[in-house]
Design a protein around this ligand. Structure first.
Ligand SMILES: N[C@@H](CCC(=O)N[C@@H](CS)C(=O)NCC(=O)O)C(=O)O
Length: 251
């Protein structure tokens, strides 16, 4: 797909979801063992879980299970043909299945509260998340033939980021396991594209946050940012990352 069209429909997908998965909590500490999400990027229910992960500022290992791929076949035989999303929390050896239960679990475990109504998979969420999937024309749902690397990749992203979504879709289609580092926005001046933050003075993220750490390393905050430890590659720019993933892991 033409990249401009790709980003336009990705922006519409975020708009259909009212830009859920943009802001992030300032306070939550990462659990000792990273959470693992069995996920399908284009699946409307998985999206609702990833939005909450951004909003709670939790990082997660994404195990992509696209339709027609080996991961989904293994997942189906291990878990009685259920479909993603499924969350594994090794901190309490807890397995939670289904978007609504996962969202309840995440809020009670990591924020000690009930999820706000807007987070739950009721009719409006189901409708708008299905619309978001529809406008992406099935991207991030079906597996493509791929070569598998030894180590998980690392992606800095936040759920509603229009530039990051196509990258997550490609990672899913190629069945590439990755660590998703959520860099949701934590203050007004985090808003805007990477080239322009809404700040009257020089942009600065909140101190002692993941954004702050990223800023100190790179001099700005911009997502998507991909690290591939298998090839010692680190890169910005969604278009370049998409080409890299297909060129390196597609067959
Ligand atoms: N040309 C870049 C644009 C990336 C970009 O503007 N990303 C936005 C998020 S969609 C961003 O990093 N905003 C700054 C921020 O979140 O602080 C690309 O294609 O990757």
């Amino acid at each position: 797909m033409n990249h401009l069209l790709d980003i336009t429909t990705s922006t519409l997908a975020s708009t259909y979801r009212f830009w859920r998965g943009t802001t992030a909590s300032k306070t939550i500490a990462q659990p000792e063992e990273m959470l693992i999400l069995f996920d399908q990027e284009g699946c409307p229910k998985c999206r609702l879980v990833r939005e909450v992960l951004t909003e709670l500022n939790l990082d997660v290992v994404i195990a992509p299970c696209p339709v027609g791929g080996q991961n989904l076949t293994k997942f189906h035989s291990a878990f009685d043909n259920i479909n993603p999303p499924m969350l594994v929390d090794l901190n309490g050896s807890n397995i939670t299945k289904g978007a609504e239960d996962i969202i309840h679990y995440l809020f009670s475990q990591y924020k000690a509260q009930q999820p706000p109504k807007a987070c739950l998979g009721k009719l409006r969420s189901a409708l708008t998340s299905n619309l978001a999937t529809g406008i992406r024309l099935g991207a991030g749902i079906k597996a493509k033939p791929s070569k598998q690397p030894a180590l998980p990749l690392i992606l800095f992203s936040f759920e509603s980021s229009p530039f990051s979504r196509p990258v997550r879709e490609r990672l899913c289609e190629l069945e590439l396991t990755y660590i998703l580092v959520n860099l949701g926005k934590q203050q007004f001046s985090d808003m805007g594209p990477a080239s322009f933050h809404w700040s009257l003075t020089a942009y600065k993220p909140l101190p002692n946050t993941k954004r702050d750490e990223f800023f100190k390393q790179h001099g700005n905050v911009q997502v998507p940012y991909l690290i591939d430890p298998n090839t010692d590659t680190e890169m910005f720019e969604s278009k370049d990352i998409l080409q890299y993933l297909t060129g390196t892991y597609g067959v």
